[in-house]
Design a protein around this ligand. Structure first.
Ligand code: HSE
Length: 437
């Protein structure tokens, strides 16, 4: 049977991981596909040679050597970022190539353009590695959960942020130091602010929402808050209340409108997501037929991500061999059924909250703060006040019962304007049943 030839653009962390998976698993893949998967060419402008065991692979600095090679069946884009990745992918599609990518920034922002071009040319685009690293999350949505109306999506989708929060929680290591470790392990994005500011998580949520709900959604419709303002003191207070802080992506499907948000969340310490450590991801779906499904695994790193890229290569290879390209629509729904939906305004959401104020240690301070919260119909569940800090202020930590986001916003603006309060109040949402759909 015909060999399946692959051209790889980008030999960085994920590119070299992918090449290694193809090399290490060659025999196993041949037995599963029925033909050999051959890495024929690699394009990378930053390297002058490939490792010795890739002596049969042609290295080029010119991507068109891959795109215009008639023997190449699948072009794998692993350079990341929007341009030139978008142009390379569109050129490859126009040249009749099937494409595999791990590029979540690109798929979340230009996916529809790419999938439309692919449908016109009758080729496939695989993007399993764009969400959840090595976890087969895209395939689960497209195939395993296909019979379900997805009611909610919730999860930890960024290994770097999870790694940082965990090390800060378990070992008290400062933020900057843990970020360096995550970068050294190949987890972080080229621009690590994407990891810590929740942008990478939002890219992944957009992709999952599109597929889960058959919905057109853009990145600017997602409310995004990162973890860079989380301080060790908040992690300590969370522990006292029995929570761990996690960066969660949350989407609840209300039918006419859907939630789309990424923010640090206090998760009860016995909850499954609270116990997802290191660079692991945990992605939870609720389906109307299946109920709860939790997918767990390494969300970053060269070999897990390489495993997901090769899974797409194999899917396409099998379809090429059987003449069944396009059998499964790239986004699960056929393109004409992917339609816009309203995104729920954050102001309309309710839930319990954690607030940390820096207040003067004086009589009546607590009553002023609780008075303002009461005026906005925000009910206090518990309060902790610890010893004095510098400037005569103390942290006043309040846990509320369910409160409306718009009320919280107005109450905190009033509280922060008081002369007895020195810094901006830290606000972290506490996970509630409503978040789980
Ligand atoms: N920077 C990403 C993460 C890589 O840390 O999860 C995987 O998408």
């Amino acid at each position: 049977m015909k060999d399946i030839n692959v051209g790889l653009i980008g030999f960085g962390t994920v590119g070299s991981g992918t090449a290694q998976v193809i090399y290490d698993q060659a025999e196993r893949l041949r037995k599963k596909v029925g033909s050999s998967i051959i890495l024929k060419k690699v394009a990378d402008i930053k390297i002058d040679s490939l490792p010795a065991h890739f002596s049969d692979v042609v290295l080029t600095k010119d991507v068109s050597d891959i795109i215009n090679d008639p023997e190449i069946d699948i072009v794998v884009e692993l350079i990341g970022g929007i341009e030139p990745a978008r142009t390379f992918i569109l050129k490859a599609i126009n040249a009749g190539k099937n494409v595999v990518t791990a590029n979540k920034a690109l798929i979340s922002q230009h996916g529809l353009e790419i999938f439309e071009a692919a449908a016109k040319k009758g080729v496939e685009v695989g993007f399993e590695a764009s969400v959840g690293g090595g976890i087969p999350v895209i395939k689960s949505l497209k195939e395993g959960l296909v019979a379900n109306r997805i009611m909610s999506i919730m999860g930890i989708m960024n290994g770097t942020a999870n790694y940082i929060l965990n090390k800060m929680t378990d070992e008290g290591v400062p933020f900057a130091e843990v970020l360096k470790e995550a970068q050294a392990k190949g987890y972080a994005e080229a621009d690590p602010t994407y990891d810590v500011e929740g942008i990478d998580t939002a890219h992944k949520l957009v992709i999952l929402m599109t597929m889960a709900y058959g919905m057109k959604i853009t990145l600017d419709q997602v409310s995004i808050e990162g973890i860079s303002n989380i301080e060790p003191i908040d992690i300590e207070f969370a522990r006292e209340f029995g929570y761990r802080i996690k960066l969660l992506a949350i989407s609840v499907n209300h039918g006419e409108h859907v939630e789309a948000r990424v923010h640090p969340t206090m998760v009860p310490e016995k909850h499954m997501l609270a116990n997802i450590g290191g660079a692991y991801n945990g992605i939870h779906f609720t389906g109307d037929m299946v109920g709860n499904v939790l997918l767990y695994g390494l969300g970053a790193g060269m070999m897990p991500t390489g495993s997901a890229v090769v899974a797409d290569i194999v899917d396409i290879a099998r379809n090429v061999i059987c003449g069944s390209i396009g059998r499964v629509p790239c986004l699960s729904y056929h393109p004409e059924h992917i339609t816009p939906r309203r995104v729920t305004s954050m102001e309309d959401l309710s839930g319990p909250y954690y607030f940390r104020m820096s207040a003067m240690d004086k009589p009546k301070v607590l009553s002023k703060i609780s008075g303002i919260l009461g005026d906005h119909n925000i009910s206090i569940e518990s309060v902790i006040q610890k010893g004095r800090q510098k400037k005569g202020t103390v942290p006043v930590v309040i846990r509320t019962y369910e409160a409306q986001e718009s009320a919280v916003k107005h109450a905190l603006a009033e509280i922060d304007a008081l002369d007895i309060v020195s810094d901006k109040t830290v606000k972290i949402r506490i996970l509630s049943d409503a978040d789980e759909g």
